[in-house]
Write a protein that binds this ligand. Structure first.
Ligand code: ATP
Ligand code: MG
Length: 420
């Protein structure tokens, strides 16, 4: 193993590709920020108990994928595998739900960790932008979140994604269905692990990717037939609001998602250019989660979108994001005095809000101009001894190639004018 290799299942983000990731985070969070969601940040690790209870003891995330550790002081911690449990924990700790302003709408962005088998689009360290709306049961809230994610993907220029939608029922109707499903599943020819899953989390069996299992599931009881009237009405309202907003979706009865805490609305965004790791984001309603982690009853809904897979989706659709050049002006000093003077101009430009960079290291004109080109700067400022003696700098427009002498004292103002 090379000394300079990132750990298995991880990768570094370096320029220029890293700019895409920043733009993706920005594009996903912009619609949230415009819709009353406040930014929240929580630690990268939590007590392991929070995820065991909040994500579910029977989920792959907790049983197989969680990075757990014991601190020197004996605390049992886990690197966060997802955001919802942490955000809810933090909201409860800060009593945000008691401020008399429900729903509490929050968004977050960060790193998540899962010990998975690394493959394209599946990493051990990945990043998500997520949103949670805590404390309100209202189909318009479920619809809002789906619409905002749709808006985010569209603003990035993505088109080949689909929205899968389902309802998982609530604490009235889900248990009845669960039992009917268990009775059906117990008669099937399944391996030991799957048989255990029938007893702990039978809905997850529906999610099994294996063809021989899927074949046996054809006649499984359908959750749709068990939904209570309240859940049915709620789901119809979510569907109607999405339709009215012009957001297309597909009803997907098999969509159960990996987490124990979902109730009613569940959804997933899949992209058709990503092969088997097709889910770019997902979420749903989790009315029981707060109580599961020891809080009051707080019906809530949220989603998390994967930044890594969204970046891959952009590549799959050959979307070129319109990323402005980071540097507008590049200064090339020739000689000691010019170095001092132009460094002063660069500082002045930066303070005026103009992105400027400088040829450091006292390189010659040729090498420095190469760097100026590479920086993407629209203008370069060049100055040598003779220019300074005349009180001017050479201002070159890198697009037209035109060059003119500008009085040193006016250089910054002239650039500000030209750059608008
Ligand atoms: P999958 O079915 O692909 O395992 P998931 O249901 O585990 O996804 P969620 O927990 O809903 O995923 O996380 C939301 C999003 O985060 C996913 O849609 C995906 O874009 C991203 N994501 C999840 N796990 C990974 C991972 N290991 N590597 C990269 N992105 C991931
Ligand atoms: Mg997963």
């Amino acid at each position: 193993m090379s000394t300079f290799q990132a750990p298995k299942g991880t990768y570094d983000l370096t320029p220029p590709r890293s700019a895409t990731f920043l733009a993706v985070r920005e594009a996903i969070s912009a619609p949230l920020r415009d819709s009353g969601y406040g930014y929240i940040e929580t630690p990268g690790f939590e007590n392991v108990e929070l995820f065991a209870r909040g994500v579910g003891e029977s989920t792959d995330i907790v049983t197989k994928e969680m990075y757990t550790l014991t601190t020197k002081g004996g605390d049992q911690l886990a690197l966060r595998p997802e955001g919802t449990a942490s955000v809810l924990r933090a909201a409860l700790e800060a009593n945000l739900h008691k401020a008399g302003n429900l729903p509490v709408k929050l968004w977050y962005s960060g790193s998540y960790y899962r010990y998975e088998r690394p493959q394209a689009g599946r990493y051990r360290h990945f990043s998500q932008v997520g949103a949670e709306a805590i404390g309100t049961e209202d189909p318009a809230l479920d619809a809002e979140l789906i619409i905002l994610a749709d808006q985010a993907y569209r603003s990035l220029g993505l088109r080949r994604f689909r929205i899968l939608l389902n309802s998982l029922g609530d604490k009235e109707c889900r248990p009845v269905y669960r039992e009917a499903l268990q009775t059906f599943l117990r008669d099937l020819d399944l391996d030991e692990e799957t048989r255990r899953r029938i007893e702990i989390n039978p809905l997850r069996v529906l999610d099994d990717k294996r063809a021989d299992v899927q074949k046996q599931l054809t006649d499984a009881p359908k959750l749709r037939d068990y939904l209570c009237d309240a859940c049915k009405a709620y789901h119809e309202e979510v569907r109607a609001l999405l339709t009215a907003a012009g957001v297309a979706f597909e009803d997907d009865e098999k969509l159960v998602r990996g987490l124990d805490y979902y109730t009613r609305t569940t959804f997933e965004f899949v992209h058709d250019g990503l092969g088997s790791q097709s889910a770019v984001g997902g979420g749903g309603r989790y009315d029981g989660l707060s109580e599961m982690i020891g809080g009051p009853e707080l019906p809530s809904v949220g989603w998390a979108l994967g930044v890594d897979r969204t970046a891959l989706a952009l590549e799959a659709e050959s979307v070129e994001l319109d990323l402005p050049a980071t540097t507008s002006v590049y200064a090339v000093p020739l000689g000691e005095e010019a170095r001092r003077v132009l460094f002063g101009v660069v500082t002045e430009l930066r303070r005026a809000g103009i992105a400027a960079d400088f040829a450091f290291g006292g390189r010659g004109l040729k090498g420095a101009m190469k760097s100026a080109n590479r920086s993407g700067a629209r203008y370069t400022l060049v100055a040598g001894e003779r220019d300074l003696a005349e009180g001017v700098v050479q201002l070159k427009d890198m697009e037209s190639g035109e060059q003119s002498a500008v009085p040193l004292a006016e250089a910054a103002a002239e650039l500000a004018k030209r750059l608008g």
